[in-house]
Design a protein around this ligand. Sequence first.
Ligand SMILES: NC(=O)c1ccc[n+]([C@@H]2O[C@H](COP(=O)([O-])OP(=O)(O)OC[C@H]3O[C@@H](n4cnc5c(N)ncnc54)[C@H](O)[C@@H]3O)[C@@H](O)[C@H]2O)c1
Ligand SMILES: N[C@@H](CCO)C(=O)O
Ligand code: NA
Length: 437
Amino acid sequence: MTGQASRSLRVALLGCGVVGSAVARLLTEHADDMRARVGAPLEIVGIAVRRAGRDRSATGVDAALFTTDADDLVTRADVVVEVIGGIEPARSLILRAMEHGASVVTANKALLAEDGPTLYAAAARHGVDLYYEAAVAGAIPLLRPLRESLAGDEVHQVLGIVNGTTNYVLDKMDRTGASFADALEQAQALGYAEADPTADVEGFDAAAKAAILASLAFHSRVAGKDVHREGITDVTAADVAAAREMDSVIKLLAICERLDGGISVRVHPAMIPRSHPLAGVGDAYNAVFVEADAAGQLMFYGRGAGGDPTASAVLGDIVAVAQHRVAGGLGPGESSYADLPVRPMGDALTRYHISLDVADRPGVLAKVASAFADHGVSIETVRQRLVPADDERPESGANLVVVTHTATDAALSATVASLRDLDVVRDVTSVMRVEGS
Ligand SMILES: NC(=O)c1ccc[n+]([C@@H]2O[C@H](COP(=O)([O-])OP(=O)(O)OC[C@H]3O[C@@H](n4cnc5c(N)ncnc54)[C@H](O)[C@@H]3O)[C@@H](O)[C@H]2O)c1
Ligand SMILES: N[C@@H](CCO)C(=O)O
Ligand code: NA
C-alpha cells in the first residue's frame, strides 16, 4: 500500500446514529486538514444505514452515498468505520471488511470485549489495522497510551470512571436530588446512554471497557464475561445518604489490578471520599488513573460519551490507519503473551462501609464485633447513633456504621451474611465498598 499518496483513500462508514453522524459531519467539514495530515484525500464512498430515505442533510454528506447494503460497501473501502454497535452484524461486517483488505476503526466495546481475539486474528491474517480508541472513555486518549506509550512499562493498576451515563445519573442524584429515572432520561436525551440503557445502568458497558483496559494493561486476554459486574440499579437513597454522612460520593468504578500473580477486574459502585480526584468528576465525564512501575501515577480525564467527543477519537484512528496506508506498515496488534489469569471476586482486596439498624440492648456491639472477628475482618471505625422509638418502631434502637480495614471480598461479604443472621440486627440498611482512601 506504500506510495499511494496521490490516490484517495476510500472510507466506508457503517451506521449513522449518534457517533456515525458526527463522524460523517466532521470528516466532511475537515476534509482539507485530513488530506494534509494523511497525505492523501479521504473519500467517503458510502454510509451504511438501516433505513433509507431519512433526512441526514445535517451530516453534509451527499444523499446518494447512503446505502442499506453494508455487505457490499465493506468490499470497496480502504478504511471501514464500524459505529453500528452490538455483536451482529457488526462482527461479520468487520471480518468481511478485513477479508477484503480494509483496515477497521470501531467504537464497539461490546464486540471487542466479547470477541476481540477473533478480530485481532483476522486483522493479522489480512495485514490490516484494528483501532478502537473510541471504545473506552470516548474522546480521552487512553487506549493508545496503554497500547503504545506505556508498552515499555509495567502497569499495576487502572482505576476509573468509564461510563458517562451512570456518572451523569449518580452525579445528578447527589447534586440535585433528582430521581434515578429522571436523571437517566436526561442522560439518554443527551446521547450518552446506549440504545438500551440496561447496558449502562447494569454495568455491562463499563465491564466491557474494563475487559479492554485489563487486556491492554496486562497483556492478557480478558473478556467481558470475566469481569465481576455490579451496576447502579441497587444503589438506594440510603446508600447516597450514608455516603454523604461520610463526606463521600458513590461512583461506578472500573478497577483492574494485579493480584497474586493474576489480575482482579471488576466494576461496581463504591464510596470514595469527596477529597479524592475521582469524586469531582461530574456530569458525563470520565476519568481514569493508571499506575505503572516506572511512570508512577497518571490521570486521564475528559468526555467519555456523546457524538462529537466519541467522533474525535474515531477520527484520530482514521487518520492513524490512513497514514499507515500511505506510508506502509501497521499499528500494534494483539499483545496477550503474559496470559495472566483473572482472579475470582472473592480474592479482591477492598473495604466495606456497612450501616445497620440494631436493637438497643447490652451486648449488641460485642455480637456485631464478633461477626467481623469471626471472618478475620478488622474494623477501622464504628459510629453509633441512637434511634428513638416512634410509631413504626415501638422499641428504640441504634444505627451502627462500621467501616472496615482492607480484607478479601469473600471475608467481607461473609461478614455481611453473618450480620444479617444476628438476632440483634434488625436490618442491614446499606453495604457499599470503599475505595480510594
Ligand atoms: N454514543 C456514545 O456516546 C458512544 C461513545 C463511545 C462508543 N460508542 C459506541 O459507538 C457505537 C455506536 O453508538 P451510537 O451511540 O452512535 O449508537 P446509535 O444507536 O445512535 O447508532 C447506531 C446506528 O446504527 C444503525 N444500524 C443498526 N444496524 C445497522 C445495519 N445493519 N446497517 C447499518 N446501520 C445499522 C442504527 O440504525 C443506528 O442509527 C456503539 O458501539 C457504541 O457502543 C458510543
Ligand atoms: N453509553 C456509554 C457511551 C460511551 O461509551 C456511556 O455512557 O459512557
Ligand atoms: Na478513548
